[in-house]
Design a protein around this ligand. Structure first.
Ligand SMILES: Cc1ncc(COP(=O)(O)O)c(C=O)c1O
Length: 407
């Protein structure tokens, strides 16, 4: 079950909630996304609805692009594991954003969405022979985190094929709730001490290492800047040992905001840190952002199916659960709830919210202060643009939902 959110106290009817602005506003008909009434959009479909605001995604891309302007050459990739809804991938391609993929099927979906191999970067783990053959056949650039896998790949591709090394700088950032959000010292990535051996293995096998890559984890906060710089420093220390180095890939991890008071590392501070460590005229600076580009652009609209009280605890049940959104159950991070026809209503009642899956752990939130909920109320769960639909399962055959991208 997810950790309870810190109590922010009763929310008065006239205070501006933290989620307002950007995609979300309040109009005559309640909550609006991209200027459209969520109630009206939800009435057009039967069942749960993911709504994404395309304009907000473009604003996020523009913000990252602006932050990276001082650099000689940059590459913005979209971590499609965050959300692979076809119209969103189209939007990314039209905006000139490349793809970060983590499996052969993601590569295939990206190719189907019109990305060519040169626009796809792969960072994946536990790769099978079949995975390696698929990458060798489709031709994206691959970042590796084991020497043995590098050697196997070398037998499948022409000598001189360019690859990257994924480094785990060992710093701890972000919400750090558990190893699902904080990747420091996790199973992923080479420890810096092993990088030399991996470089030698690549050279022996005839591969050319042209990229040093890292991904620190989820939700890098403003106060994590010092750790981000330290991690960049680890890559900078390794750089002189990589004779063909062309690219530093700083991964994702920007932009997680889940609750009042959250202070994610801002894109301009992030870019400034990169510039201070690598300069602006050096290697290509690549990133692979998921959360930052799409999370806040999405909401999941659900409906209250029942309310009850058990042992003094007030509950509301929804027509979605962890099959459609596993965020709280998987990451241990609670999302926000907004009643769509009363988005500014006073939060006066403590309520726990459960999903529609037969698992005791299918709980979105426990004892949250919210406006009173009644059967039939529609609620927006947010942010839901990242790691919502893409992580859906069909557990209990309850995985169904509709997705819609608003232009
Ligand atoms: C290797 C890699 N790159 C990028 C990302 C995207 O992370 P985020 O959505 O936090 O930007 C992930 C997420 O798991 C990842 O594993």
């Amino acid at each position: 079950m997810s950790a309870p959110l810190p109590d922010v106290g009763p929310v008065a009817a006239n205070t501006v909630p933290w989620w307002m602005g950007g995609s979300l506003a309040v109009g005559a008909n309640g909550l609006e996304v991209a200027g459209q009434s969520v109630a009206e959009l939800a009435a057009e479909v039967d069942g749960p609805l993911y709504l994404y605001d395309g304009a907000r995604v473009r604003v996020q891309i523009a913000e990252v692009r602006a932050a990276l302007t001082p650099f000689r050459e940059t590459r913005i990739c979209y971590a499609m594991k965050a959300n692979r809804f076809g119209p969103l991938l189209d939007l990314m391609r039209r905006e000139g954003v490349d793809i970060d993929a983590c499996s052969p099927r993601e590569v295939a979906v990206a190719r189907g969405a019109g990305f060519v191999a040169a626009q796809i970067s792969v960072t994946a783990s536990s790769l099978s022979e079949a995975d390696l053959r698929a990458f060798a056949a489709s031709g994206p650039h691959v970042n590796f985190d084991h020497a043995p896998t590098l050697r196997r790949y070398a037998q499948l591709v022409p000598r001189g094929t360019r690859v990257g090394l994924r480094i785990d700088p060992g710093v701890h950032v972000g919400y750090g709730v558990n190893s699902r959000t904080d990747y420091g010292d996790s199973r992923l990535g080479l420890s810096p001490a092993d990088a030399g051996a991996a470089l030698a293995a690549a050279q022996d096998a005839g591969l050319v290492v042209d990229t040093l890559h890292m991904h620190l984890g989820w939700g890098i906060r403003g106060k994590d800047e010092v750790h981000f710089r330290r991690a960049l420093g680890v890559l900078a220390d390794l750089a002189p040992r990589v004779p063909d180095l062309r690219c530093i890939n700083v991964g994702g991890g920007l932009g997680g905001r889940l609750r009042p008071g959250d202070d994610p590392l801002r894109a301009e501070r992030w870019a400034a840190a990169i510039g201070e460590v690598f300069g602006h005229g050096g290697p290509v600076i690549a990133c692979e952002l998921g959360t930052h580009l799409v999370a806040a652009a999405g909401i999941l609209v659900a409906q209250v199916t029942a309310t009850w009280t058990k042992n003094g605890e007030r509950w509301a049940g929804l027509n979605v659960g962890q099959a459609a959104n596993v965020y709280a159950a998987h990451y241990g991070l609670e999302l926000e709830f907004v009643v769509i026809d009363r988005p500014l209503a006073m939060a006066t009642e403590r309520v726990s919210i459960g999903g529609n899956i037969n698992e005791s752990g299918d709980v979105f939130t426990r004892q949250r202060l919210l406006p009173p909920l009644a059967e039939g109320d529609r609620v927006a769960i947010l942010p839901a643009g990242a790691y919502g639909s893409s992580m859906a399962s069909d557990h209990c055959l309850r995985g169904g939902f509709i997705e819609r991208l608003l232009p």
